[in-house]
Design a protein around this ligand. Structure first.
Ligand SMILES: C[S@@+](CC[C@H](N)C(=O)[O-])C[C@H]1O[C@@H](n2cnc3c(N)ncnc32)[C@H](O)[C@@H]1O
Length: 397
């Protein structure tokens, strides 16, 4: 099985060549498709793509993230940095220690915690570093994943489980570090297409027993963002208004401390590069990447890259300072990757090789090192952050 990272765009197979779902998966997908069709019918024949994506991923009990599919790791559909091993979490812990030390106290809030791997490894490393926060708050949309996160903590760090608390909403006041890895890319996006008669918004309808695209006049907020870019007819891409709104709400919550968001994406000029004519929307099903979100409803992940210029504006408009923006490779090195590697014993060949492979995946420019970025915001944090000590590309946003 190919254990490619989440964003792998190298292979876009014809969806007919994807592995067929089991009878049980097929039945599950049909239940969700019925739920979507009901909403399409109630809406008069079509729903915005963002609503389709929201239902496909998060419809309670049925959506991809809300039902029992494995999702992460070799047995799932894609791999994320915390699932590769503990290196990512251990570097992030070093960055968190610096911030928690500067604040004198403070907690950690992780949003979209997936399997709970990052929570467990980060807490274990903070314990080893002598900087355990009193509480580790988790904001997670999916009830199924909340259960899985608790199981992971119980298995990997049972003595630290009591520090974890699951939240139903963003707290009004938070002091400490807000973290999210691959959260923003999993939020529903609007899709648009530039035509000779202006910017059109993409909707989803049901026709001849399948979901199909529909074009309608675009909402004002889409036109306002896209028209100034003067893109050519045919150009199709995405806008993630939900990720911007989430960043604003997290910024409002953060009264003192920092927020670190890790994801794949680019600054706006690169995101809407004239040659990126098909946008960034990708689907992942059993480690195959393809670009048709209207099939395998509820069985596959749907994701879009992040426009980091939009995220930077959302955070700073809400009063935060932009503290840094760097590639994942540079951030991990700045946060102490090299000493961490140097402490590995080459005599223990298996462990050393596993560590080396993990580091290669996390930092190689051909894998997650360059496409994945870290953006950091702060309120009341003056000290330059370790993670941006070797690279800071804020000027490109
Ligand atoms: C692509 S997964 C990444 C999981 C994990 N952070 C990792 O790196 O493996 C996206 C995660 O974000 C969660 N999620 C999506 N939207 C959310 C929201 N608005 N609030 C909290 N969690 C959300 C999903 O349920 C899932 O746990």
């Amino acid at each position: 099985m190919n254990s490619s990272p989440h964003n792998d765009q190298t292979a876009v197979p014809d969806t007919r060549t994807l592995p067929p779902p089991s009878a049980e998966e097929q039945a599950h997908s049909e239940r969700l498709a019925r739920r979507v069709r009901e909403e399409v019918a109630q809406a008069g024949g079509a729903i915005p793509f963002s609503r389709f994506m929201e239902l496909a991923l998060y419809a309670p009990g049925l959506g991809y993230y809300a039902a029992g599919k494995h999702k992460f790791g070799d047995a799932g559909d894609f791999i994320t940095a915390p699932e590769l091993g503990s290196v990512f979490a251990r570097c992030l812990a070093r960055q968190c220690r610096q911030i928690l030390q500067a604040l004198a106290d403070g907690e950690i809030l992780e949003a979209g915690a997936g399997s709970g791997a990052l929570a467990a490894d980060l807490l274990l490393e903070l314990e080893a570093l002598g900087r355990l926060p009193e509480r580790y708050l988790i904001l997670e949309l999916s009830n199924e994943l909340r259960d899985r996160q608790a199981q992971t903590l119980r298995r990997k760090a049972p003595h630290l489980l009591k520090r974890a608390r699951w939240l139903d909403a963003m707290p009004a006041d938070f002091r400490g570090v807000i973290l999210a890895n691959e959260l923003l890319d999993a939020m529903p996006v609007e899709r648009f297409k530039v035509t000779d008669s202006g910017v059109r918004q993409l909707y989803v309808a049901w026709e001849n027993d399948r979901f199909v695209w529909r074009e309608k006049p675009a909402e004002d907020r889409i036109r306002a963002r896209i028209e100034p870019l003067a893109l050519s007819p045919g150009y199709t891409s995405e806008i993630n208004f939900m990720a911007e709104a989430w960043t604003r709400s997290a910024a409002d919550a953060l009264k003192h401390g920092a927020m670190l968001l890790v994801d794949y994406g680019f600054p706006r000029a690169e995101y809407y590069h004239p040659q990126r004519t098909g946008g960034t929307l990708m689907c992942h099903y059993r480690h195959r990447a393809h670009d048709d979100p209207l099939v395998l409803v509820g069985l596959q992940d749907i994701t879009a890259h992040v426009d980091f210029s939009a995220i930077a504006a959302a955070g700073t408009d809400a009063g935060l300072h932009l503290l840094g923006y760097a590639s994942q490779a540079a951030f991990l090195i700045g946060s102490g990757l090299e000493p961490l590697m140097a402490s590995s014993d080459p005599e223990d060949a298996r462990a050393h090789l596993a560590l080396t492979q993990q580091v290669k995946k996390l930092t190689s420019p051909h894998e997650m090192g360059e496409l994945y970025k870290v953006i950091a915001f702060g309120r009341g944090v003056e000290e330059p952050l370790l993670g941006f000590s070797i690279q800071d590309r804020r000027g490109r946003l």
